[in-house]
Design a protein around this ligand. Structure first.
Ligand SMILES: [Zn+2]
Length: 288
């Protein structure tokens, strides 16, 4: 008998189990949060590792934000909405996640097209980051999203060719569908190197490390970490969360004679928009 029941519960759809436990927990949390949390611990095995982590994150989000955002628990009806709340004076649908890498902009678009606003609440080490994903729709093609990206330019020189010890960075808005592009802002920062000089320096360091038998340097990983740091810094500076960052790159089309063209290549982009941006765009910023 017990074995049969175990088998029956095992074969249930995990999403169904999740929704059932979620309803029970959130019905209780309004009455007594401490009891709700002991129940959550009790469901740990039933939910499995991913389900447990997901529900625990939703509970943590509710506890931390229900007063500030006036949260209402949403029914799970496939609309990527865990809660509804008021953020910056406007009603938002909120999707809580422990891993933003699994989230795709396309899953929010059906309701965004009808005017719904969304935030993704990303759980990271006990705290939440409320990510805005309400990229405007393009005025030209109406279907693409206007995505904010940054482009790192090479070192500035004066007209005599002397280094100015600074680089410029562009805020470039790109339509994900028709490719409409706008340089929305340009700033100058000392020592924020472009990717070409970064790769040159990293490759030099890599060869040196090899020659001297030191710890090997992973050029790709180092460049990726640099891209993410620069993206965070420039997001603050431009006052908008950048979804991608890149720089000038020479794309070779003919390896025999090195023929190619100048382009902007993205070195890092959020998984959220990975189906919405190309890896590179054929813009010649040589004189930019
Ligand atoms: Zn467009």
């Amino acid at each position: 008998m017990a074995a049969k029941m175990w088998k029956a519960s095992k074969s249930r759809n995990p999403a169904e189990v999740y929704n059932e436990k979620r309803r029970i927990i959130f019905a209780q949390i309004q009455k007594d949060p401490a009891v709700a949390k002991t129940w959550l611990e009790g469901y740990r095995d039933t939910l499995g590792p991913a389900g447990y982590a997901g529900l625990k994150a939703e509970v943590a989000f509710f506890e931390q934000y229900h007063k500030d955002l006036n949260l209402v628990v949403a029914a799970d009806i496939g609309d990527a909405t865990d809660f509804v709340g008021v953020v910056d004076g406007a009603m938002h649908r909120i999707d809580v996640t422990t891993n933003v890498a699994f989230k795709r902009l396309a899953s929010y678009e059906p309701l965004q097209l009808k005017g719904a606003l969304y935030k993704v609440a990303v759980f990271d080490q006990g705290r939440f980051d409320l990510v805005d994903i309400n990229f405007p729709f393009c005025e030209h093609c109406k279907s693409g999203r206007i995505l904010p990206t940054a482009v790192l330019l090479e070192e500035n020189h004066n007209r005599h060719g002397d280094s100015q010890w600074s680089n410029d960075q562009l805020l470039v808005n790109i339509c994900s569908a028709c490719g409409e592009v706008e340089v929305a802002d340009r700033i100058t920062t000392p020592f924020l190197y472009d990717f070409q000089s970064l790769y040159r320096d990293l490759n030099e360091a890599k060869h040196e490390a090899e020659d001297f038998g030191e710890t090997p340097i992973d050029v790709r990983a180092e460049a990726g970490a640099y891209a993410r740091r620069a993206s965070r810094y420039l997001s603050d500076f431009f006052g908008t969360r950048l979804v991608a960052i890149g720089g000038k790159s020479y794309e070779i089309t003919n390896p025999r004679d090195g023929d190619g063209y100048w382009a902007v290549r993205f070195e890092d982009q959020l998984p959220l928009v990975q189906e919405h941006l190309q890896d590179n765009y054929p813009w010649d910023l040589t004189h930019g």
